[in-house]
Design a protein around this ligand. Structure first.
Ligand code: URP
Ligand code: ZN
Ligand code: ZN
Length: 475
């Protein structure tokens, strides 16, 4: 039977190998890897290009309720379009449980927003903000069975934070059900204390956001989260790690036998707290939590990427428009940093930044790039059909031109924000053609696929949570 698509002449990379081969696609799946694959309805010449698994961004916020009068800049249409142009074929946004409401209710609304609007595949993490007995005893276990196999808990934000008892109870549900817990590690009480001191001293500009969330706030919470995971015996993901001290906690926990996955993001490699100093409140563009640190911590994060402390490189895309009363410069936000919504856009620039700063500058090889941006996300979050170029996997592929040089300009991006934190950054290498489930969605930089092509994907349990089957040898 002939093929639907052949990608010919390119250099393939997986998390393990780099090699020259053609890729054959039929019915949305990779069915052949080799030479002279024969006839196909369509042929893409990838000579001089890298053929990589499509990016999986496992930390994205879209259409998330963000407080009164605040509107996130991306829903599923613009968010997945932006992700697609940045070389991603699947993203994992968070479905937020509002206090007093059920998770099912939240999911119903979230699915309705996604349905028919996605350019990439999507799957959802849950955010548990109200861990009642009914939620932990009945709802969550049923949802894990239904393929929502990971949930995030917060140690900060007044309206989201869980106390230690609630985190323990939530982790215990994860242990019983084989789910994975993601933890936002910052000590809310310590932040409140520091905000009080800063406000008393009249320090209310965006820069105070970074000073009220120092490294100790993150390090302490990271240590506590890992201790709670140790006590409950569950694997955890420590998300958006910003500094070396928190990394040390992860490394120490691993040496005690705790199953922990570390995640970092472009902002911790490319931005510093001084970016929050901008004139005319422009520092608000860089307000995210944890905040960016300094050059030494950037280097520490690079070491974590190189040495394996980090398994995941995600965007934490959490977009708000800057010059907008529903965004960063909302009426309260323009007078006090406490009211600036936390989060920055970055789903489209995540991969080009790591490719350019990591691969092209010789800090990591192509295999590690693929692991950090695709394969490890699939394995960690139970996306069994994704994350590699291998027979039987979904044909989710990004074809990169390693020679293409670009200067990042928001005007060229596809998200709903009105700025990029990386404006003016020169990068080398860009994903020029992007294929989702065998469909060419972006061809040489132009949109060719339709909204609604992206599907919702239910997930298996993480390889960290799932019981390990005994090894068998085929007959
Ligand atoms: O500032 C951030 N990171 N906002 C997004 C929400 C989160 O904590 O991931
Ligand atoms: Zn977070
Ligand atoms: Zn986030």
């Amino acid at each position: 039977m002939s093929l639907d698509l052949v990608i010919a002449g390119g250099t393939l990379a997986t998390a393990a190998d780099v090699f020259r081969a053609d890729v054959g696609v039929r019915d949305g799946r990779i069915v052949a890897i080799g030479e002279d694959l024969g006839a196909a309805r369509e042929r893409i010449d990838a000579t001089g290009r890298y053929v990589l698994p499509g990016g999986i961004d496992s930390h994205v916020h879209l259409a998330q309720p963000s407080g009164e009068g605040i509107v996130m800049a991306d829903g599923f249409e613009s968010g997945t379009r932006s992700a697609l142009f940045g070389g991603n074929t699947c993203i994992l946004p968070f479905c937020l449980q509002q206090k007093g409401h059920s998770l099912r209710e939240a999911l119903q609304g979230y699915h309705a927003l996604a349905e028919g609007n996605c350019y990439t595949d999507v799957s959802f993490h849950l955010i548990v903000s109200d861990p009642t007995q009914a939620v932990l005893g009945q709802e969550l276990p049923a949802l894990v069975e239904d393929g929502y196999t990971s949930f995030k808990v917060f140690m900060t934000y007044e309206d989201l934070r869980l106390n230690d008892a609630e985190i323990l109870a939530t982790m215990d549900t994860a242990r019983r059900t084989g789910a994975l817990v993601m933890v936002h590690c910052e000590n809310e009480d310590a932040i409140r204390y520091l905000i009080g001191r800063h406000e008393a001293a009249g320090e209310i500009a965006p820069r105070a956001h970074a000073s009220t969330r120092p490294i100790a706030v993150e390090r302490e919470a990271t240590h506590r989260a890992l201790s709670l995971a140790e006590i409950t015996e569950v694997p955890v993901v420590i998300v958006h790690v910003s500094n070396g001290a928190a990394m040390e906690e992860i490394a120490r926990a691993r040496s005690r036998g705790i199953k922990v996955v570390g995640e970092t993001c472009p902002q911790y490699l490319m931005l510093t707290a001084s970016d929050l100093d901008g004139m005319d409140w422009e520092g608000a563009k860089f307000v995210c939590s944890p905040p960016p640190r300094n050059a030494a911590e950037q280097e520490a994060c690079w070491r974590g990427i190189e040495t394996g402390v980090f398994d995941l490189f995600s965007s934490d895309h959490c977009p708000f428009r800057y010059d907008d009363p529903a965004g960063k410069l909302n009426p309260k936000g323009r007078t006090n940093f406490r009211h600036i919504p936390n989060g920055i856009p970055g789903v489209e620039t995540r991969l080009p930044i790591l490719f350019s700063e990591g691969v092209m500058k010789g800090r990591i090889d192509l295999q590690r790039f693929v692991a950090l941006t695709s394969t490890n996300h699939a394995r960690t979050y139970g996306l069994a059909d994704k994350g590699s170029i291998a027979i039987g996997k979904d044909a989710d592929i990004a074809i990169w031109d390693p020679r293409e040089t670009r200067t990042i300009r928001h005007a060229d991006l596809h998200d709903g924000a009105d700025y990029s934190p990386y404006e003016g950054l020169a990068v080398t290498g860009w994903p020029t053609t992007v294929i989702v489930g065998g469909r060419v969605m972006v061809r040489e930089g132009a949109l060719t696929g339709a909204k609604g092509t992206g599907r919702y994907v239910a997930r298996a349990r993480s390889h960290l949570s799932a019981p390990r089957p005994a090894a068998t040898v085929g007959a």
